[in-house]
Design a protein around this ligand. Structure first.
Ligand code: GTP
Ligand code: MG
Length: 558
């Protein structure tokens, strides 16, 4: 217990989602039994849980990297991958979770309070789940998403029920040592204690924690000595115990004057706005070192004055243990009263962090210059997620991505931003996004296929075109596509769009370069998918409206 760790930087990552699988049901006399590829399981979450038995953050200091289990890969025969197990990290009551920049994410109070700190990735859908009237037997599956990774700061604020404050060498650490099992450093020079020492005290049936705060001196609020910084450790204490040295040899000090100096400094400490200022907190006085003759005389002299000022006074000796039993029971009374009054949440609070929820619905297109080229960047929760879910070694999967983007209005937005056929479009960040040469569904910036607007439901057509409209639309699309393809071919011949790793722009499977760098695309899903699609009726002849060529991958990372 000697090491007091009240602030740790923790690196957490949720488990990656398992990949979905593309598979086709096989049975005797029924060679094309339909898609039966299962979904990948979700990755496990990393969850913080308040545990009243835990009193320090020491464990995380020793092992600051924690991650949850991956989701299992889907299998044929409609078998879904298993979900990854969550990882529960036990933290003390009163742990405050914040970002490295200082933004508070959660204030964890109450035994059992839970907080999802890094969500696991969703599993990818298997081809059975992707099948629809439009796409009867998909020859692809979606990749699992990588788990969320983040760095947070854990800080312990409710470290002590009782805060021992006072001048250096008043005997605060000696009292912690005498009353609890903790063994802090004790010495007869000032500022022996540099960080608070925490100890657990049991008095009757009350169990509470006491902490000494590094010694305070006059001017601490202006930074003298160790300053007031350490008072944040006792910001939430139930009672302050002023430890006064009755046997000090310094000429200008006596217990009453010491108390006034400390009260003055506490009054200048600004605690959290929602807590009672430290100077107005219940307080008791502990007159220490009465084992010495001078000390006892001094204690007898000042005790009445202090009682007159309304303090409950305990005369003790950390050295001889005199009065410590009474002091323990006295402290327990204050702690119990405060606990009852505060009505600490007995039921655990439920805290769930969904950091991406707010921007999940929309997306933005921005135009940027990068190394002399114009880039159109699409950023937004959904488009970026769809890219992560795409197996770029499978053209049908790329076509599905293109459909999703078009239906969400990304094409519209690109037109509005001024993009023309062949423009470079990046989805996500340059570092781990994917760069496409853009080939719109409809060329020339004229009418745009599909419903406009950003509120379009992704699956299922919100507005149903009539049959003839749709036929017309299809013809128009095919014309536009042919035109775009010809344009592309001539550009390729002119040598403008040749990427080093792609030769013909359709079948090449680099599988890694085009996918983000998080390791989600390890190729397992893709491999399963490729093996199982041999018999799929959809591979050779994708439905015309699938438009697998719309998004034409030419290069990997920018
Ligand atoms: N005689 C006597 N000496 C004591 C008693 N309590 C503490 N001391 C001595 O006082 C000195 C300071 O004790 P600490 O417990 O280190 O004091 P502290 O308040 O923690 O001091 P800082 O950590 O410097 O703020 C040590 O030499 C202790 O042995 C006591 O009850 N009687
Ligand atoms: Mg000390």
């Amino acid at each position: 217990m000697s090491q007091f760790v009240d602030r740790v930087v923790l690196h957490v990552s949720g488990g990656d989602g398992g990949h979905g699988v593309a598979s086709v049901h096989r049975e005797k006399f029924k060679p094309l039994g339909g898609p039966d590829g299962g979904d990948g399981g979700s990755g496990g979450d990393v969850v913080l849980v308040v545990d009243a038995q835990v009193t320090t953050l020491l464990e995380f200091h020793r092992a600051p990297h924690r991650s949850a289990q991956k989701g299992g890969v889907g299998k044929g025969g409609h078998k879904d991958g298993a979900d990854g197990d969550d990882v529960e990290l036990r933290v003390p009551d009163g742990t405050v979770v914040s970002t490295p920049e200082g933004e508070v994410l959660a204030d964890m109070l109450g035994d059992g309070t839970r907080f999802v700190i890094a969500a696991g990735g969703r599993g990818g859908l298997g081809n059975a789940s992707l099948a629809s009237a439009r796409r009867i037997a998909p020859g692809f599956a979606l990749l699992g998403e990588p788990g969320e990774a983040r760095t947070v700061v854990l800080e312990l604020k409710t470290v002590a029920d009782v805060a021992l404050v006072g001048y250096p060498s008043a005997g605060k650490s000696s009292l912690v040592a005498a009353m609890s099992a903790a063994r802090p450093k004790i010495a007869d020079y000032p500022f022996t204690t540099l960080t608070p020492n925490l100890g657990v005290v049991e008095a009757g049936d009350v169990r509470f924690t006491i902490a000494d705060v590094p010694g305070l001196i006059e001017g601490a609020s202006e930074g003298r000595g160790l300053g007031l910084e350490f008072l944040r450790h006792v910001e939430r204490c139930s009672v302050i115990a002023h430890v006064l040295d009755t046997a000090t040899l310094e000429p200008d000090r006596d217990p009453v004057r010491d108390l006034d100096v400390i009260l003055g400094e506490l009054g200048r400490y600004e605690a959290d706005a929602d807590t009672v200022p430290l100077s107005e907190r219940p307080a008791i006085v502990v007159l220490n070192k009465v084992d010495t003759t001078d000390g006892r005389d001094m204690a007898e002299l000042v005790a009445p004055q202090l009682r007159e000022r309304g303090y409950e006074v305990f005369t003790v000796s950390a050295a001889s243990h005199e009065g410590l039993r009474e002091l323990g029971f006295g402290m327990a009374r204050y702690v119990a009263a405060d606990r009852a009054a505060r009505a600490r949440p007995t039921a655990p609070q439920r805290l769930v962090l969904r950091p991406t929820a707010s921007d999940d619905a929309g997306f933005r297109v921005t135009v940027e210059e990068h190394e002399g080229r114009t880039l159109y960047r699409v950023s937004g929760g959904r488009p970026e997620r769809w890219v992560r879910q795409t197996d770029f070694s499978n053209d049908e999967a790329i076509g599905y991505l293109a459909d999703r983007l078009a239906r969400a209005g990304v094409e519209d937005a690109l037109y509005r931003a001024g993009a023309l056929a062949g423009a470079e479009v990046v989805i996500g960040t340059l570092a781990d996004g994917v760069i496409f040469d853009w080939h719109p569904t409809v060329g020339g910036g004229g009418t745009v296929a599909g419903p406009r607007g950003s509120d379009v439901r992704l699956e299922g057509d919100a507005t149903r075109a009539s049959r003839s409209e749709r036929r017309l639309e299809h013809a128009r699309r095919m014309d536009a596509k042919t035109a775009a393809r010809q344009e592309l071919a001539s550009e390729r011949q002119a040598g403008r769009w040749v990427a080093p790793d792609v030769t013909d722009g359709t079948g090449a499977a680099d599988g890694s370069g085009a996918v983000d760098g998080t390791g989600a695309a390890d190729g397992t899903g893709a491999a399963d998918g490729a093996g199982a699609t041999d018999a799929a009726d959809g591979t050779g002849a994708p439905a015309p409206e699938q438009a697998g060529e719309q998004v034409d991958r030419t290069s990997g990372q920018g």
